[in-house]
Design a protein around this ligand. Structure first.
Ligand code: IPM
Ligand code: MG
Length: 350
């Protein structure tokens, strides 16, 4: 199979972790006889420094033409003083909306060898956790009008959703649930927000097409509580954009290892952008100690979701598992291995 992959490493630890993940991709290429053409482009602060803007048109165009996108991370203290529309984070939002990536999949899994890393008591974790956050990614308050009054004394951000926007993300959640535990927990704030009432009504309608899936609705504040009280209850967690941003960080922490979690941002035709859910970690950037596993697992998600290469994806996941079982750890998990050392072990296991 021949595929073109746009690679936007971005800022902070982005370039380090992406270059390790590309070694894994290269290994898959030779082992399974594929051809992956890599097109590297600048994004975030790295692009701002050279091109004066965080999402140059050329980067977006390259991503649009590719078969999938691999992203490292964007942002850093150097760019914090930039005005909202110029910030590196805006580039990420520009990629998401510019590429039409409305569906964000964030699996929060406790890997058996890392059970001890979870901050939750082992009886709460039980046999392990396997939650999939399905977050709407191109609507809601992130993309409503952001406004500051002329006198500077007030501000507003508009949260809006349409029925088609809710329907398509709800379908993705139910489809995912059919392949997993057949349960969807839809998160909203329907006791307060009109967008949430529309969300709930629409999700109920979509659910009629999936009689095998159990649907429950949960207010977002309760969901935040249940995630640490009884995380075993969850299978697929369906959320609008901002609730999903918040709950996916919480879900990641209960796995004890934010350095382990990949994500996929998809549209219906299978095109996707893949990135670790952690950020640019400026405090450890350039030291070579970041955990590359979230990015390596993001490559596995790309192979699976965009290219349909399930075996190749599985072989990466198995390699990661066997390396973790051997006790190998980077600093975030209390170990001493560097970013490239742990990748070498994964390559060897592959
Ligand atoms: C995420 C991040 C982004 C978001 C930021 C960097 C804009 O927190 O991917 O979760 O809020 O979506
Ligand atoms: Mg976030």
């Amino acid at each position: 199979m021949k595929k073109t992959i746009a690679v936007v490493a971005g800022d902070g630890i982005g370039p380090e972790i992406v270059s390790e993940a590309l070694k894994v991709l290269k290994k898959v290429e030779t082992k399974f006889g594929h051809e992956f053409v890599i097109e590297e482009r600048l994004v975030g602060g790295a692009a701002y420094d050279t091109a004066g803007e965080c999402l140059p048109m050329e980067t977006l165009e390259t991503c649009k033409k590719a078969d999938a996108v691999l992203l490292g991370a964007v942002g850093g203290p150097k760019y914090d003083a930039l005005p909202g529309p110029k910030r590196p984070e805006k580039a990420l939002l520009g990629l998401r909306s510019g590429l039409g990536l409305f569906c964000n999949l964030r699996p929060a899994t406790v890997w058996a060898p890392l059970k001890e890393s979870s901050p939750l008591k082992s009886e709460i974790i039980g046999e392990g956790l396997d939650i999939l956050v399905v977050r709407e990614l191109t609507g809601g308050v992130y993309f409503g009008e952001h406004k500051r009054a002329d006198d500077g004394q007030s501000a507003s951000d508009i949260m809006a959703y349409s029925i088609p926007e809710i329907e398509r993300i709800a379908k993705m959640a139910f489809e995912a649930a059919m392949k997993r535990g057949k349960k969807v927990t839809s998160v909203d704030k329907a006791n307060v927000l009109e967008t949430s009432r529309l969300w709930r009504e629409t999700v109920n309608k979509v659910a009629l097409d999936y009689p095998e899936v159990t649907l429950e609705h949960m207010y977002v504040d309760n969901a935040a509580m249940q995630l640490v009280r009884a995380p075993q209850k969850f299978d697929v967690l369906l959320t609008e954009n901002m609730f999903g941003d918040i709950l996916s960080d919480e879900a990641s922490q209960i796995t004890g290892s934010i350095g382990m979690l990949p994500s996929a941002s998809l549209r219906l035709d299978g095109f996707g952008m893949y990135e670790p859910i952690h950020g640019s970690a400026p405090d450890i950037a350039g030291k070579g100690i970041a955990n590359p596993i979230a990015t390596i697992l993001s490559v596995a998600m790309m192979l699976k979701y965009s290219f349909g290469l399930e075996n190749e994806a599985k072989s990466i996941e198995n390699a990661v598992l066997s390396v973790l079982e051997s006790g190998a750890r980077t600093a975030d998990l209390g170990g001493t291995l560097s970013c490239s050392e742990i990748t070498s072990l994964i390559l060897a296991a592959l």
